[in-house]
Write a protein that binds this ligand. Structure first.
Ligand code: HEC
Length: 223
C-alpha cells in the first residue's frame, strides 16, 4: 500500500514537472494570449479576408477547400471564390484548395526558404505563438527588420503597412481575427465540435431533471 502511494506521488510529481517545463517557455519573449473564438463567425470572415490579402501570395493552405471554408464562414461557394480570388489568378473554382500561386523555386531564390503550408500551422505552433509572432516584428533605425519571437525569420514584415495604418488595439484585433481563421483552418470541424459540447451538456441537464422527477414519482408512496 505504501509503495503504491509512493508510486502515485512520484508520477504526479513527474507530471507536474513536465507540464511546468512545457509551459515554462523556451521562447525569447513570453507568448501573449490570443483572445479568439472559432464560434465568432464575423471574426473568421475578417480573418479569411486578411489571410487572402496578406498571406496567400506566399503561403498555401492546401488542406482547406474553398467551398468548405465558404460553408463554415457563412458564404455561398461563389462568394468563397470571390473572397479567395487570388487562387489560379482569378480563374478559381469552389472545389479548389486554398493554394498559393507562388512558385516554390522562386520563393527559395527570393527568401532562401519556401514559405510553409499554413493549413496546420495553428496546431503546430499554437494560436498564442502565432498571435505573438505576427505582432513581434520591429524595424530598427537603420531599416533592418527583425522578429523578437523568431529571430532571423526569413519572412518579411508583411503586416507592416496594416500595423502603421491602425491604432495598436485595432491592429491586435485584426491579428486576432487572422489567427482565429488559421485556428479554424487547422480544424474545420472545431466550431461544430464546440457547439456539440453545449448540446450534449444541455441534453444531460434535461435528463437529470427528468430522472429526478421520475425518482420523486417512484418514491412518493414509499415511506
Ligand atoms: C512574401 C512572402 C510571404 C508572405 C506574404 C507571408 N509569409 Fe509567412 N513566411 C514566409 C517565409 C519565406 C517563411 C519561412 C521563414 C523561415 O523559414 O525563416 C514564412 C514563415 C511563416 C511562419 C512560420 C512558420 C514556422 O513555424 O516556422 C508563419 C506562422 C507565417 N509565415 C505566417 C504568415 C502569415 C499569417 C502571413 C500573412 C499575414 C504570411 N505568413 C505572409 C513568407 C511569407
Amino acid at each position: 500500500m505504501k509503495s503504491m502511494l509512493k508510486l502515485v506521488l512520484t508520477s504526479v510529481a513527474l507530471m507536474v514537472a513536465s507540464v511546468a517545463q512545457a509551459g515554462g517557455g523556451s521562447y525569447p519573449i513570453p507568448l501573449e494570449k490570443a483572445k479568439i473564438s472559432v464560434l465568432d463567425q464575423a471574426s473568421l470572415q475578417r480573418g479569411a479576408d486578411l489571410y487572402a490579402q496578406y498571406c496567400m501570395g506566399c503561403h498555401s493552405m492546401k488542406y482547406l477547400r474553398v467551398n468548405r471554408a465558404a460553408r463554415d464562414l457563412g458564404w455561398s461557394p461563389e462568394e468563397g471564390v470571390a473572397h479567395f480570388q487570388h487562387i489560379r489568378n482569378g480563374q478559381g473554382k469552389p472545389t479548389d484548395m486554398i493554394e498559393t500561386t507562388l512558385n516554390p523555386e522562386t520563393a527559395k531564390q527570393a527568401f532562401g526558404s519556401v514559405p510553409p503550408d499554413l493549413s496546420l500551422q495553428a496546431r503546430l505552433r499554437g494560436t498564442d505563438w502565432l498571435y505573438t509572432f505576427l505582432r513581434s516584428y520591429e524595424r530598427a533605425e537603420d531599416g533592418t527588420i527583425s522578429n523578437k519571437l523568431f529571430p532571423g525569420v526569413a519572412m518579411p514584415h508583411i503586416l507592416e503597412g496594416l500595423q502603421n495604418s491602425l491604432p495598436p488595439a485595432e491592429f491586435d484585433a485584426a491579428v486576432g481575427d487572422l489567427v482565429n481563421f488559421m485556428d479554424y483552418a487547422a480544424e474545420p470541424a472545431k466550431p461544430q465540435r464546440l457547439m456539440m459540447g453545449w448540446w450534449v451538456l444541455g441534453f444531460l441537464a434535461l435528463l437529470i431533471m427528468l430522472t429526478y422527477l421520475l425518482k420523486k414519482e417512484f418514491w412518493r408512496d414509499v415511506k
